[in-house]
Ligand binder design. Structure first.
Ligand SMILES: [Zn+2]
Length: 132
């Protein structure tokens, strides 16, 4: 089970950098190909940059060509949660941290066909690589 992390937006504002606060708490999106992890091939466990919750394994990361870190599955089913996002005139599935509810990115159905067929498209800003 994932332990829930609950903080007020004022507390997050204090703890996070401006960029983290914008992406994680205000659902911003970093520009493609600018994040530190989109082209990262190092082994390790990607954690939530806001709360440290384990999210994705480097073994499940692949190069989607999108310019954002992409994974075909989370480390455990409850590591992340999803909800419908109707912003920007599109219906998309938003991916949130299962522990603290921070915005991570979006989920698409164009992932690797030989795996889950899913693409978790995640902002580098929302991730913190715990190298093995
Ligand atoms: Zn979190």
């Amino acid at each position: 089970m994932v332990d829930k992390v609950e903080k007020s937006e004022a507390e997050w504002r204090e703890e996070l950098s401006d960029e983290q606060f914008w992406v994680c708490r205000q659902k911003g999106t970093e520009p493609a190909f600018t994040g530190v992890y989109h082209d990262c091939k190092e082994d390790g466990l990607y954690r939530c940059s806001a709360c440290g919750n384990a999210l994705f394994m480097s073994d499940h990361k692949y190069d989607s060509g999108s310019g954002w870190p992409s994974f075909w599955e989370p480390v455990t089913p409850d590591a992340v949660k999803t909800q419908t996002d109707g912003s920007h005139g599109m219906i998309r599935t938003e991916v949130l941290c299962g522990a603290c509810g921070s915005h991570l990115g979006h989920l698409f159905n164009d992932g690797p066909r030989d795996k889950t067929g899913l693409r978790y498209c995640i902002n580098s800003v929302s991730l913190d690589l715990d190298k093995e």
